[in-house]
Design a protein around this ligand. Structure first.
Ligand code: UDP
Length: 253
């Protein structure tokens, strides 16, 4: 097969030119990074899990009318997606305090928030992705006020959908990050969910035990990241349940 033309290599994914104009092949790597790439590791199997999990979430969102870039999964590590013009913002939704909001505002991790909170961060690694206000976003023309209204509404729909999906398998959706892009269709443009949705970009806690099943396992060195993601995938029915060890072959008498 002809080598694909590389478009961009990021921390966890590689983007290649797709087979048709307006499409991109998204390849999920096993690389894990945290703290603005100060901490790095290769976690065998992470890319395969995130490819499957992102497919699962995006397919569900498409089905309830939240448009996403996802077209189809191609193989274990690659999916075909629609090319979008990236809006340089990370949209974070929080249900329970953790991570940066706990640190900045001194709210104890695990405190339920009075309502879901939507925040925007400017995507710039050299600046450490600073949080930005809606006024800054409009003034610097990263998005219009109308885009912002739409982005907040989309992010809250994603939150409701993912929260319900997780609750059904005994997991709390603490917070998550999505990226939104512009899709041009003739004279029209619409906003769609892009990038990935996976335990790399969510906080997921077991409802019963509080066990962390997301990238904090890597950030905080509290267990095996691939095991945590496998647990999420098996509970959601995305990966088959681990079959119990069968032992060696037995003699037929
Ligand atoms: N997040 C992400 N990419 C980033 C920053 C945050 O996917 O570059 C996710 C993170 O995994 C968490 C949520 O967004 O689910 C909120 O992250 P937070 O602001 O608490 O930052 P953190 O303390 O995780 O860096």
């Amino acid at each position: 097969m002809a080598r694909r033309r590389l478009i961009y290599e990021g921390k966890a994914k590689i983007l290649y030119e797709g087979p048709e104009p307006g499409t991109i092949v998204q390849y999920f790597k096993d690389d894990a990074t945290a703290f603005n790439a100060e901490k790095k590791a290769v976690i065998e199997g992470k890319g395969v899990l995130n490819n499957r999990l992102s497919e699962h979430f995006m397919t569900g969102l498409n089905a309830i009318g939240v448009p996403t870039h996802f077209i189809k999964r191609l193989n274990m590590r690659e999916q075909l997606v629609k090319a979008v013009e990236v809006i340089p913002l990370e949209v974070v939704v929080r249900n329970i305090a953790a991570g940066s909001i706990s640190k900045r505002l001194g709210i104890k991790e695990g405190t339920p928030l009075p309502r879901p909170i939507v925040e925007f961060y400017y995507k710039d690694d050299s600046l450490g992705d600073p949080m930005v206000s809606e006024d800054q976003i409009v003034a610097f023309q990263w998005a219009t006020p109308q885009d912002l209204d739409e982005m907040v509404a989309m992010a809250l729909r994603v939150n409701d959908f993912l929260s319900g999906m997780m609750l059904a398998v005994g997991i709390k959706l603490v917070d998550f990050k999505i990226e939104i892009g512009r899709l041009f269709e003739g004279d029209f443009q619409r906003l769609i969910v892009a990038d990935e949705i996976s335990p790399d970009s969510c906080r997921l806690w077991d409802i019963e035990t509080g066990q962390k099943l997301d990238k904090d396992v890597f950030r905080q060195d509290i267990g095996d990241l691939a095991d945590a993601y496998t647990e999420v995938a098996t509970r959601l029915g995305v990966m088959p349940k681990k079959s119990p060890p069968t032992g060696g072959p037995t003699l037929v008498k």
